[in-house]
Structure formats: structure tokens, C-alpha cells
Design a protein around this ligand. Structure first.
Ligand SMILES: NC(=O)c1ccc[n+]([C@@H]2O[C@H](COP(=O)([O-])OP(=O)(O)OC[C@H]3O[C@@H](n4cnc5c(N)ncnc54)[C@H](O)[C@@H]3O)[C@@H](O)[C@H]2O)c1
Ligand SMILES: [Zn+2]
Length: 369
């Protein structure tokens, strides 16, 4: 359907006054990263933070590109996985950066998925009260979601993402070629957030995905580029209008209330975030129909698309009480309303304040029925 050539580039502007930046999207663009970093930061010193599966494949290329652009480069690695998003790792990185002579004009280059982006972003946000960061996302989730918007942070024993800072990157550099080595299951999990963007904001993107889901997942350049571009545009637009999560940005939580509850109940074992979101979106679509907000058939369309991406759509079997508790998160807030994101149709979302027991009414079957 699409006719873009592999050499084509896309640029999405994130408009945030003096903190505005570009998201550059293309194929085989890592060799040009260094120049863009130099241009956008003026830095002479770069610290590339990554994890072994990504550093092994792309670290040398990124290092070379930065050096060719005149920067001095130091590469740092953290262990792969969510557990590295910790204050312990942040502290270790502060030490490594300071020992190597980092100063206020140094740039942190986050090369990896959302874990690297959040951790390296947090270190950049806090070292010297903030030094430049360039996001080089290599997972689909990081490309369309976590690298855009400026949220950085780490986990603490009491919960995920409880410590963090807003720190907008100077540049987001997406080389979609890196997706070729991303495990298929991770690819699908990132696709859940792409589908989410379409559902809350853009019926045309949803239709494009309905037409081309298999080609997008197979990374056909003509299919991938426009989808990455549109998905980043949606995130950028929402973030530009609501940088600090006052209202509009809440819509990005579509599918996440129940999605997070599932993650909690599964103890984060064996379930990827995007998989929980996939189930949560089907749940939210169904509730939207039941509340008379969305037309009949909305959920079926969403579920069919998610299934084509190989995503799970049925919630696992836990007692209603367990779901209610997980939705309320904080037990003291059991009687507080939660901003539940509902649909009035595909491409149109709104926030409805609901009690957990209204989100999950008694007698409602766990999955579809
Ligand atoms: N800051 C935000 O706004 C925001 C938004 C959404 C999610 N997040 C955070 O993002 C994190 C999840 O991100 P994620 O799903 O990218 O997880 P991740 O960073 O753990 O990456 C998933 C896996 O894929 C590997 N990988 C990444 N790119 C690869 C590539 N090109 N080739 C081969 N392997 C590759 C990673 O090493 C890892 O094993 C969570 O911590 C979540 O809280 C943040
Ligand atoms: Zn998410």
C-alpha cells in the first residue's frame, strides 16, 4: 500500500517552547547519529549507556559515529532487565560518569529499550541538576512511547516508577533497522502501545493497522515508517499539550488501569507490560460498550487487531476481589474514584471518574462473555 523507499526519513517535532526537540525516524541511520548529537547538544563528550544485548549489536556503530563527529566517547553498560532501573544502578552510573570527568556539557546517550531510556534519562536529569540526554530507542515500545515525553525514573521496593523527574531529551533518534533483532514477543508488546495511540486518537491509524498489521510486524519499511511516524506524532501531540500530566496525557493510560492490575497480580512474572495493556484495552473497550459510550462492535474490532499482533486479550483468572485491590493499588484509596479511560469510539477517548467497583462491577465475568 505505502510506497516509501527504505532511504526515506521522517521527522516529528515535539513542541515544548525552549525544550522542543525532533524525533528522527529512518532505516540504517545510526552512522549519522553522531553528527546530529553534536548539532543538537554542542557536547564534546558522550556517555553511551546501554545493556549487553543492545550494546553488543549497536554499541560499536554508535561509538564510531559519535567519534567521527568529534566527540570523546565512553560506553557504559548495565545489566539487562527491569531490575536495573534502580537507585543502586543510578548511583553506580553517577560514579562512573564523575570518575570519567563528565561535566555539565557532557551528553548522555541512552541506547536501548525503555529500561535504559528511563534509567539513563534519570541519571541525566539529576547529575549536576540536569545534563543533555539523547534517546536512541531500540525497542518498539521505547520508540513510540517511553523515549518521547520526558518522563524518566527508577523503581523502588515499594513500587515501579515512584522516583523520577521530567527531563526532555535534546533529540530522539530512531533507527528502525534495530527492530530486526528485537525478539518477536517484545515487538508485539510494543505494538500494543501503537494500537493504543490509534484507539485513543486516530481512527485512520487504526484502519492502517487493520490493513497492514502483518507487514508492520515484519518490518517492511514502507509499512513501518508511517506507523512509527504517526504513533510518535500522537505521543508528541499529547505531550506538547500536556507536558506534566494534568489531563490530556491521562488518555495515554487507556488500557493501563486493568493492565497494571494484571501485571501486579502476575507479580510481573512472565507477562510483558504491553501484554497487560493489550488485555486491559479489550477490557476497557468492553466496559465502554457496556456503559453505552462506545458503539457495539468496538471491542471486537480492537480484539481482532490485537490478536493479529499475537497479543493476549483474555484476562487471567483471579478473583474479582484481587482485581479490585490491584486496581485500587493503595488500599486506603478503595473508595476513591480513578480516572478510567473509556472510549466513545475508535479514535476517541475520554476520562470517566469511577470507583474500582464500578470499573469492575459485581457479577461481571472475568473475560469476555
Ligand atoms: N518514560 C516513559 O514515559 C515510559 C513509558 C512506557 C514505559 N516505560 C518504561 O519502559 C520500560 C519497558 O521498556 P521496554 O519494553 O523497551 O523494555 P526493555 O528496555 O527491558 O527492553 C526489552 C528487551 O528487549 C531488549 N532489546 C531492546 N532493543 C533491542 C534490540 N534492538 N535488539 C535486541 N534486543 C533488544 C532489551 O535488552 C530487553 O531485554 C519499563 O521500565 C517501563 O516502566 C517508560
Ligand atoms: Zn504502557
Amino acid at each position: 500500500m505505502s510506497t516509501q523507499s527504505p532511504g526515506e526519513r521522517r521527522r516529528v517535532r515535539v513542541a515544548l517552547d525552549e525544550r522542543s526537540y525532533d524525533i528522527e525516524i529512518g532505516f540504517d541511520t545510526l552512522p549519522e547519529l553522531g553528527e546530529a548529537v553534536a548539532r543538537n547538544t554542542g557536547s564534546q563528550r558522550a556517555f553511551v549507556i546501554s545493556v549487553p544485548p543492545v550494546a553488543r549489536r549497536y554499541g560499536a556503530k554508535v561509538g564510531r559515529s559519535l567519534r567521527e563527529a568529534g566527540l570523546r566517547v565512553k560506553r557504559l553498560e548495565v545489566r539487562d532487565g527491569e531490575r536495573s532501573k534502580s537507585l543502586t544502578e543510578a548511583k553506580r552510573l553517577y560514579g562512573a560518569l564523575l570518575d570519567a570527568g563528565a561535566d555539565r556539557s557532557s551528553v548522555v546517550v541512552a541506547l536501548g529499550g525503555g529500561v535504559v531510556g528511563d534509567l539513563a534519562g534519570f541519571v541525566a536529569a539529576t547529575l549536576f541538576r540536569g545534563i543533555p540526554v539523547v534517546q536512541v530507542p531500540t525497542s518498539l515500545l521505547a520508540m513510540v512511547d517511553s523515549s518521547v515525553g520526558g518522563k524518566t525514573g527508577v523503581n523502588v521496593p515499594r513500587g515501579k516508577n515512584l522516583v523520577g523527574a521530567f527531563h526532555q531529551p535534546r533529540l530522539v533518534w530512531i533507527d528502525a533497522t534495530t527492530l530486526r533483532t528485537l525478539p518477536p514477543r517484545q515487538r508485539a508488546a510494543g505494538m500494543a502501545e501503537v494500537v493504543k495511540h490509534a484507539i485513543i486518537w486516530d481512527a485512520a491509524l487504526f484502519e492502517r493497522l487493520e490493513a497492514e498489521m502483518e507487514s508492520v510486524l515484519a518490518l517492511a519499511p514502507g509499512a513501518v515508517l508511517p506507523v512509527l511516524e504517526r504513533s510518535c506524532e500522537i505521543k508528541a501531540e499529547v505531550v506538547s499539550r500536556d507536558e506534566r500530566e494534568a489531563g490530556l496525557r491521562m488518555l495515554l493510560n487507556f488500557g493501563h488501569t486493568v493492565g497494571h492490575a494484571v501485571e501486579t497480580l502476575q507479580g510481573y512474572r512472565g507477562l510483558l507490560h504491553g501484554e497487560g495493556v493489550s488485555m486491559g484495552m479489550v477490557f476497557a473497550a468492553r466496559r465502554s460498550e457496556e456503559m453505552g459510550l462506545a458503539p457495539k462492535g468496538t471491542m471486537a474490532r480492537i480484539e481482532a487487531l490485537l490478536r493479529r499482533a499475537d497479543l493476549p486479550t483474555q484476562l487471567p483468572d483471579h478473583p474479582r476481589k484481587a482485581y479490585l485491590q490491584a486496581i485500587a493499588v493503595d488500599k486506603k484509596k478503595r473508595d476513591a474514584r480513578i480516572g478510567f479511560v473509556a472510549l466513545s469510539g475508535i479514535g476517541r477517548a475520554e476520562t470517566v471518574p469511577l470507583l474500582p467497583r464500578e470499573i469492575w462491577p459485581a457479577g461481571r465475568r472475568r473475560s469476555r462473555g
